[in-house]
Write a protein that binds this ligand. Structure first.
Ligand code: GCB
Length: 612
């Protein structure tokens, strides 16, 4: 298990944050001799001294920034570097920890400070950090040079999995020619995708906080645990404040239960007139390491709510919750998967405009800032780990499973305190009919429940109800289907029959609530035809409406949600079925509505009025 916390870096009277976003020096390794950068030890000198560099924005995927097709499709090591001026007081004060944090970098990263390796991390969608104070104190006069090498090569044990295939036929391919084969349907954007920053804490500090909430009649219950590092002894005080800054409960113990009279519960968007209510939990530490005393303060937003699943319902605060929402991607023009506030706020405005109350973080954990928005706006989240494309039987092996368990550790550690996160998804469309899937999912789901006994766990299946080996272990069945698209193309009239059977079969076998976790059709914006044919906006509309008529029968029984594939068009690898990316968005990649967006808008607002 992980031995430290991963609290979101926030400023406080005892903590400072310095963002390192902006332009970094950048160079890609040789595309055939894939290890040249290490052979030549690029980290030893300034990157600009070992070869030519270009400007690269951070955060952003590097792929679409230049006019160079080779960089767009590059597979291997790329190098980022910049120098940072560290405030003198951070260096002079031995009682200050200076932490370097990377929000995410895809996929494998190694970090050096002034040529000294300080950390490495596997996995493209979760943060990592390292304390660098002692290192920069060694030579306080030189600027602090941060070098980050990032490699997007995927193998059968990475999440998501992929594989490099060398092409041997010399009549067709030159020596050393290879392709990266991926098992998932989105472009394998790479680089430093989320903010990089330095932040400080005192030497003795609040390392982690865990809250679990519930309520009884009018009283909210906040079970909490604070863990501290770097102190021999200390005292803690915890104060819970409401939105107006009034203290509603407090304690001086590192763990316990805070009781909030006349609680304002955290409610989903459109389920209550005041959704997304957050309290602030102020944690104050006074500690000593034997020589000095330290004071640390950290404030955690807390939403008080409960989550439960029955055989036919999903309950939030004991009330049935129906997921009417979307699947998303972190994806946009130019920046790829790079974090961008403008895009995030636009997407939330679109979600609220269409009356969506939820989304799934298909197919990897999104930036923490997005989950914070969900907390504040009451958008409910199914939090998915990057377990997408587990298709090859070797990806069910021990090394893959061990890594998958580690990723769940990191995901739960990061996201456990978000009230918006109501369920974990451990995978998307694995080959769950393969024999090793049974042990794999039993182990993975049990592990996730041990980490967090308070939230249901699922994975998303597209396999057959009779042969799926993991479904016995999930709390909610999540099914993807594309009737009249990938099967029986063009036969819209088959949707009601096939969808009805899908639901009856799954429910009949498992007696668990079901979410239609994907459905949809590609529509190239502006293509029209009547009668409808595939790829037109009319066809997409009829697919949606045909699914909706079946949802309307089944949601009175055991169907607890519908998530469209997809919120917006997104980039994929080039291939015969993808016309500049996947066009199943109800919005274009530039976030303009197709006709289908209006159909969903009308439906979601109606559902909100009926169910909420
Ligand atoms: C799926 C996948 C999703 C794809 C989608 C499609 O089942 O989960 O990643 O993009 O289908 O459009 O094919």
């Amino acid at each position: 298990l992980l031995d430290s916390g991963m609290l979101f870096p926030r400023e406080s009277p005892s903590r400072e944050v310095k963002e390192l976003n902006g332009l970094w020096d950048f160079r890609a390794d040789d595309s055939t001799n894939r290890n040249q950068s290490f052979e030549r030890a690029w980290y030893k000198k300034r990157l600009a001294e070992t070869g030519p560099v270009i400007d690269m924005p951070v955060p952003a995927s590097y792929n679409d920034i230049t006019q160079d097709a080779a960089l767009r499709d590059f597979i291997g090591w790329v190098w980022y570097e910049r120098e940072v001026v560290v405030p003198a007081r951070w260096i002079s004060d031995e009682g200050t920890r200076v932490v370097l944090r990377v929000g995410s970098a895809h996929y494998f990263s190694i970090v050096w400070v002034n040529g000294v390796k300080v950390t490495q991390h596997a996995g493209g969608h979760l943060p990592f950090e390292v304390e660098i104070g002692s290192l920069i104190r060694k030579d306080p006069t030189t600027p602090c040079r941060i070098t980050i090498a990032v490699n997007n090569t995927l193998n059968l044990d990475t999440l998501p999995p992929g594989k490099i295939q060398y092409m041997e036929d010399r009549t067709k391919y030159p020596e050393g020619f290879f392709v990266q084969y991926i098992y998932f349907d989105f472009f394998n954007y790479a680089g430093i995708h989320r903010p990089v920053l330095l932040y400080t804490t005192p030497k003795a500090y609040v390392d982690d906080i865990t809250v679990v909430t519930d309520f009884l009649d009018n009283a909210g219950l906040v079970k909490y645990k604070v863990s501290v590092q770097g102190a021999a002894t200390g005292t803690i005080s915890v104060t819970l404040k409401d939105k107006d800054g009034r203290s509603v409960a407090s304690s001086s113990k590192p763990s316990g239960v805070l009781k909030v009279e006349d609680v304002n519960l955290w409610w989903p968007y459109l389920m209550h007139e005041n959704p997304g209510y957050l309290y602030s939990m102020e944690v104050h530490l006074m500690a000593t390491d034997g020589r000095s005393t330290y004071e640390d303060m950290y404030t955690l937003p807390v939403g008080i709510r409960s989550v439960a699943v029955t055989s036919t319902q999903f309950l939030i605060n004991d009330k049935p919750f129906y997921f009417h929402g979307v699947n998303k991607h972190e994806d946009s023009d130019i920046r790829g998967k790079g974090f961008d506030w403008s895009l995030i706020v636009k997407d939330f405005n679109l979600l609220k405009w269409m009356g969506a109350n939820s989304f799934r973080t298909s197919h990897y954990p999104y930036a923490e800032e997005i989950l914070q928005m969900c907390d504040r706006h009451g958008i409910v989240v199914i939090d998915e780990c990057p377990g997408v494309g587990i298709k090859d039987i070797r990806s069910f092996g021990n090394a893959s499973l061990a890594h998958h368990l580690d990723v769940m550790d990191e995901l739960v550690r990061r996201d456990k305190n978000h009230p918006s996160v109501v369920m974990w998804s451990v995978a998307n469309e694995p080959a769950s009919e393969m024999p090793p899937a049974e042990f794999y999912f039993e182990t993975l789901i049990k592990h996730t429940k041990d980490l967090d006994p308070t939230r249901p766990v699922t994975y998303i299946t597209d396999s057959n109800y009779a042969r799926d080996k993991g479904a016995p272990f999930v709390d909610v069945i999540c099914v993807n289907s594309y009737f009249s698209w990938y099967h029986d193309s063009g036969h819209l009239e088959l949707i009601p029959l096939q969808l009805n059977n899908q639901f009856e079969n799954w429910y009949g076998k498992y007696k668990k609530p079901i979410i239609q976790s994907e459905y949809g059709a590609d529509a190239v914006p502006g293509l029209h035809s009547d009668p409808p044919v595939m790829f037109t906006e009319e066809y997409q509309n009829i697919v949606l409406q045909s699914y909706h008529s079946v949802f309307d029968q089944k949601r009175k029984q055991y169907v607890i949600g519908e998530l469209i594939w997809n919120f917006a068009d997104f980039m994929t690898v080039q291939g015969l079925t993808r016309v500049v990316g996947n066009k199943k968005g109800v919005f274009t990649r530039q976030r303009q509505p197709k006709r289908a967006a209006f159909i969903l808008k009308e439906r979601y607002w109606r559902l909100a009025n009926e169910t909420g």
